[in-house]
Design a protein around this ligand. Sequence first.
Ligand SMILES: [Zn+2]
Length: 45
Amino acid sequence: MARFVCKKCNYRFESYAKNVKKECPYCGEQEIKRELSAQELLELE
Ligand SMILES: [Zn+2]
């Protein structure tokens, strides 16, 4: 599972990476950003 955050309303939702929703299920905003997991943040260093 990957986590995503709506840029407009900050609604957080989860989706399978291969089936990323293109819009916020709450407000319909289409600018969605990926929210990195703690594990991924560690790997960036
Ligand atoms: Zn939204």
